[in-house]
Write a protein that binds this ligand. Structure first.
Ligand code: NPG
Length: 370
């Protein structure tokens, strides 16, 4: 199969509410939607980059440049038999994994639609529904936080992740735990702590948390291994697992007991599945993280999370938790048991609302074989 056309669109899609972490905040999705066309079929992907290099080094400017200057021409020059080959085609490009993932997702979706097979089936998914939770941003006060959590629980979410930072960690976590003793609860530091906070972080052991996510530096594995030895709560790595090799290093160093897999963070679905398999062999559970994706990236995440070792609830909430109106006509809705149904339609199953996509597009570029 030869890709005949690639289209990039930078979008601006406001969030229902501001999302604040230990290091940045976002009011809108400002990522890149990717479309590929071949043999009369279309596939869609998304690079969930933002306006600044806060989570990782990529932004919508860097991803736009790398996609247009390098990745699109490489893909247009290739002859593909299977989407798994995309990672080899892009291997010469270092890093820039979210840019790569946007195109790789679109090729998986295209391939699934051409073959009449769902992404779940192509990836080896085994679940019809995936367990999901909700990620709760940093709030200004504990009463406001409790109100937000209560609202999500009323909607049916059964697992909550609290964003934490120094000055907003032990007390909010204690307040949520005291109010909901049985709730599946976890916290995420987004790389804001250092080993000097080890004793402070041990105070979180009192709250029966599922895990503490990425407390230390975004590219660290070594110090997480040291910290893990002093905590009862399992450490989960997110930012610092960017490839199957990083997963192997973390597993061998016993730096974490759990891995958050975001297919966009690791450059695409091929590496995401490999990380899933490595963790499974080592006996580590994984769960699917989120980058506040549109319905396009969300459908990709849901399909991936149907693989067997995704045994903890993901940060893959229903579309209406993020957007009043999404760029798909078939948003996910939350089932009463805190699950989302895994699509069975060909490809990712996302049906793009092209009219609304046009309305939220702020930049566009098109590429064809030279
Ligand atoms: O539900 O998609 C979601 C948000 C999950 O907390 C979440 N994402 O660090 O994992 C994270 C965080 C994030 C959001 C990271 C936006 C980067 C950008």
């Amino acid at each position: 199969m030869k890709i005949e056309r690639i289209e990039l669109r930078r979008i601006h899609l406001p969030y229902v509410r501001r999302f604040e972490t230990s290091g940045w905040s976002h009011d809108a999705h400002t990522g890149i939607v990717v479309r590929v066309d071949a043999e009369g079929a279309t596939g869609w992907g998304e690079s969930p980059v933002s306006d600044g290099p806060w989570y990782n080094e990529e932004t919508h400017h860097t991803a736009w440049a790398i996609l247009g200057e390098f990745l699109a021409p490489m893909l247009l020059a290739a002859d593909l038999e299977h989407p798994r080959q995309v990672r080899e085609i892009f291997a010469r490009v270092r890093g820039n994994r979210m840019a790569k993932a946007g195109l790789e997702f679109a090729v998986w979706d295209l391939y699934g639609r051409m073959q009449g097979r769902s992404l779940k089936e192509l990836l080896g998914g085994t679940r019809d529904r995936i367990q999901v939770g909700v990620s709760v941003p940093i709030h200004r006060s504990i009463p406001e936080l409790l109100e937000t959590v209560e609202g999500y629980l009323a909607q049916g979410y059964r697992r909550v992740k609290l964003k934490i930072k120094p000055g907003w960690d032990v007390e909010p976590t204690r307040a949520v735990r005291e109010r909901w003793p049985e709730l599946m609860l976890q916290v995420d530091g987004n790389s804001i702590y250092t080993l000097e906070h080890a004793e402070h972080l041990r105070r979180l052991d009192a709250f029966d948390l599922l895990l503490i996510e990425q407390p230390l530096e975004h590219d660290d594995i070594f110090d997480h291994a040291k910290l893990a030895r002093t905590l009862q709560t399992p450490i989960c790595l997110d930012e610092s697992i960017v490839s199957p090799s990083h997963a192997r290093w973390a597993i061998e160093l016993q730096a974490c007991g759990v891995i958050n897999i975001k297919p966009s963070r690791v450059g695409g679905l091929a590496d995401a599945v490999e990380i899933h398999d490595r963790a499974q062999e080592a006996g580590l559970p994984v769960w699917c993280g989120g980058m506040l994706e549109t319905g396009i990236g969300r459908a990709i995440n849901v399909a991936l999370a149907s693989l067997p070792n995704f045994s903890l609830p993901g940060d893959v909430s229903a579309n209406d938790r993020y957007f009043h109106r999404d760029i798909v006509v078939n948003p996910f809705t939350l089932n009463p048991d805190s699950t989302l149904a895994v699509p069975t339609a060909p490809g990712s199953g996302a049906q793009v609302d092209e009219e609304y996509l046009d309305a939220v597009t702020v930049a566009r570029a098109e590429f064809r074989p030279s």
